[in-house]
Design a protein around this ligand. Sequence first.
Ligand code: MN
Length: 381
Amino acid sequence: MKRIAILGSTGSIGTQTLDIISQYPDRFEVYALTANNNIRLLTEQARMFQPEIVCIANEQHYAELKANLSDMPVKVYAGADAIAQIVTLQPVDVVLASMVGYAGLKPTIEAIKAGKQIALANKETLVVAGELICRLSREHHSQILPVDSEHSAIFQCLSGEGDNPIEKLLLTASGGPFRNKTLDELKHVNAAQALKHPNWEMGAKITIDSASMMNKGFEVIEAKWLFGIEPEHIEVVVHPQSIVHSMVQFADGCIKAQLGMPDMRMPILYALTYPDRIATQLPRWNYAQCGQLTFEKPDAEKFRNLAFAYQAIRQGGNLPCIVNAANEVVVAGFLQDKIGFLQMSDIIETVMAKATFIQNPTYEDYVQTDDEARKLAASLF
Ligand code: MN
């Protein structure tokens, strides 16, 4: 029986994880649920899964959540500090880190320091502070298992390969809803259009990142830290059908790929049962009904964010943290129709040039960098 703490239980990954867990009550137990604001759903989840602890990050909702659950033996907490403590508690076996954005960094660091196994869905944690996270995970023997579908695919391809030399990783990208739009058309697209992802059902932030290809840029950075592969050996391949979830090319020229339906419940389950595989009723990919699988190069002129991410990880230091902070601000601005789609990249580029660069940042430097870059980005619209 694995006892799981789910950070971000009301989000897309959180709800899909609970869906999986509900099907295997003899394997998994929900120990703690945390959410940012959604107390209605958090209350519902607490009633259904009977965790020991629930926690709401936004302290304004504490009294209401506590009242909602007053007839239950559950402990109710509030605030970011409480979340960072919950993940360290002795009964927790696995922490599913599926909070959105920078907010996931602190509790993930605390969980790693406590030696917990991490099922990592919050890629921003590795984007912002990959070097620190990897060092801590080695020091504290905390295993990080990828939930991101591409990284789960690469992880599965590497299983059983030991130290066999890798030539490159082929990271697949759907290309998002704007793959076929011209640069001119991209000037006029709005948030509602960007939120219609062709293949994956995801939260708003990652769906916008997916449309702007920032998500893929972040995944290059995530792959560097998870697998120790330098960015010049990581290639992004546009594969609109999202059936091949990623590939690994070895030094002998052989390529291994992992395929399946675009359904996040598969990589979530793999992270929770690794190294085992268990039987599921999840939808199967049917080659007879799928038509063609196609592959193409990404359009670097239309999707400048990809180049920013490569630049950030090559230069290193706090530059990826700067890009992440600027991106969180522009995505929020775009979702509120305050800035245009292409303007997001312009602002990120300016913030990258203006924010204070630090080659060897500490945790406190990341906190300061995040704050500075957010203010800079917000001042630009
Ligand atoms: Mn992904």
